[in-house]
Design a protein around this ligand. Structure first.
Ligand code: AMP
Length: 536
């Protein structure tokens, strides 16, 4: 028999401290760049754990973070779970009602906020029923002038806290460590809880050679936000393996990312297609950088086109690695690394293979079932719903029995993604069962948007569909039927004005199309499939 040793995030922290004290975390905050060694990072993480204890944080308490990718957020990634509490990474792109919902639903006790994001929470602070304190993450020791009650300065608290902390070694590996909310088709966002064990196993898998191949000699740039599915586990895998981490802060222009890649000799930049489309356009406009350090651009969150993969490789010598995942799957579950003999295929066929979402990763089980629950053939043609099970796949949504019962059935997570699988085992997404729109890596609920538009006094019907967009991959387009009497008066501008103070800015449709009627399905629902076929 083997030792029954718990799988804890603390293991990663101690390994970085002992083996890689000289390795570096680069962090861009506000106007300032920071460079911390893992030794300094460890000390600050201990100080933060002491701060949490002094603020009365108990095991299991939920601690919110509302921050960009920077070293303070990384300190929270470790200090919170390693001291037994649960880090709730709040998606700062949610709109106010959703923010109020997720913070109250998670019952966050303390929220750590980047200084520049304070206004987003200040306007809803009086609706947050469980938050006792706000801690401001800022480069300054003194608290900046802000309009938020019960606020304290992170740097001041850290400076006053002891530099040593004994992280508990006897935590159960199934202790909740972190949580994230994912936007749903209808209703409020759904919460997913990650445990020490799931994060540990997922990070180890992410580091495998045929997944992201995370090594000590890597310099990893997670452009994917730390508030979205734990930045795909990169911060955990990176710290554990002793890689250099390059945390880009809020400035994510193509130019800023290209400069970071060149200056910090990044080997693995990781992000959603919108980022890579922007970067590709920047290169096409004639900008030139030294990208010789890059092993792969890692793309996930939405599909990347074959033509982009091809152009990156043929015009700029940059390989693209394509992965797939979801909040419920921690997220990495499919990776499209070509098998060795696929390298011999004609390049066009190989690029097409890389544009597929890929092979299931080691440690996860997958099946694709038709409407009768029968597994589809591996022929690249027959479609079915993609399902997963495994040690880093959620088994329910947090305090949400109804929607849990819909997605988690017979021991499987039913993803709602409709896919095919080819003879080689590569999965290819064909469509979403639901009609969500994914803009720049973030979801827009078409139903929420339709309901808001239909609140306009002159609107009879509204259906929102995704239209392809070069930069954001998808953007919403609203198809609207107006009241007869208003047809001469109301135009696109009126509708957009109406939405301005009702939805987040990036939810506002790019186009409004006025129709005489919206096509309906046999059961009287808006036929979005038909709309997409006609207008996308
Ligand atoms: P989220 O939980 O916000 O990460 O969204 C998960 C959903 O994003 C999945 O169910 C897919 O529909 C979509 N998705 C993630 N990765 C990819 C990809 N590589 N290609 C296409 N769709 C993807």
């Amino acid at each position: 028999m083997m030792m029954d040793h718990p799988l804890l995030i603390t293991t990663m922290l101690h390994r970085a401290r002992k083996l890689f004290p000289k390795k570096e975390v680069f962090s861009r905050c506000f106007d300032q760049d920071h460079r911390l060694t893992y030794s300094q990072f460890y000390e600050r993480t201990c100080r933060l754990a002491n701060v949490l204890a002094s603020l009365g944080v108990k095991p299991g308490d939920r601690i919110g973070s509302f921050a960009w990718n920077n070293h303070r957020h990384l300190e929270l990634y470790f200090a919170v779970p390693c001291s037994g509490a649960v880090l709730h990474t709040i998606n700062l792109r949610l709109f106010p009602d959703q923010l109020v919902h997720v913070i109250n639903h998670a019952e966050d006790k303390i929220i750590f906020i980047d200084e520049d994001l304070v206004p987003l929470l200040a306007r809803i602070a009086d609706q947050l029923t469980t938050v006792e304190k706000f801690i401001i993450l800022s480069d300054k020791d003194e608290l900046p002038e802000i309009n938020l009650p019960r606020a304290l300065s992170y740097e001041k608290l850290l400076a006053e806290a002891p530099a040593e902390y004994d992280f508990p070694e006897d935590l159960d590996e199934n202790t909740p460590a972190a949580m994230c909310y994912t936007t749903a088709t209808t209703g409020a966002p759904k919460g997913v809880i990650y445990t020490h064990r799931s994060i540990y196993l997922h990070a180890m898998m992410v580091a495998l050679p045929d997944v992201l191949n995370v090594r000590e000699r890597d310099s990893i740039l997670p452009v994917v936000p730390m508030f979205h599915v734990l930045s795909w586990g990169i911060p955990y895998a990176g710290v554990w393996m002793g890689s250099k981490l390059v945390l880009p802060g809020r400035l994510l222009t193509p130019e800023a990312i290209c400069k970071l890649i060149e200056e910090e000799k990044v080997t693995l930049p990781v992000g959603v297609p919108t980022i890579w489309i922007g970067l590709h356009q920047h290169l096409q406009s004639g900008a030139s950088y030294d990208f010789s350090s890059v092993t792969y651009i890692v793309n996930g969150g939405s599909a990347i086109s074959k033509s982009l993969i091809k152009s990156f490789e043929e015009n700029y010598g940059i390989k693209v690695l394509h992965g797939y995942g979801m909040t419920e799957t921690s997220p990495v579950v499919l990776i499209s690394e070509p098998k060795s003999y696929i390298d011999q295929w004609d390049p066009d066929r190989r690029y097409a293979q890389q544009a597929r979402q890929g092979l299931v990763v080691p440690g996860t089980e997958m099946k694709i079932v038709d409407v009768n629950g029968k597994e589809v053939a591996w022929d690249g043609k027959e479609m079915g719903e993609l399902c997963f099970k495994g040690p880093w796949i959620a088994d329910s949504y947090y305090r949400d029995p109804e929607r849990s019962a819909e997605a988690f059935r017979d021991g499987w997570l039913h993803t709602g993604d409709i896919v095919t699988i080819d003879e080689e085992g590569y999965i290819f997404i064909q469509d979403r069962a639901k009609d969500l729109i994914k803009s720049g890596g973030e979801w827009i609920s078409s139903i929420d948007l339709e309901n808001t538009i239909m609140a306009h006094p002159d609107v009879v019907e509204a259906a929102v569909i995704a239209i392809p967009d070069e930069k954001w991959v998808e953007r919403p387009m609203a198809c609207i039927v107006l009241k007869e009497s208003a047809r001469e008066e109301v135009d696109q501008q009126d509708i957009l004005e109406f939405l301005k103070d009702k939805v987040a800015k990036w939810w506002i449709p790019d186009r409004v199309l006025f129709l005489d009627e919206i096509p309906k399905t046999s059961v009287g629902k808006f036929n979005k499939k038909e709309l997409r076929k006609t207008y996308s």
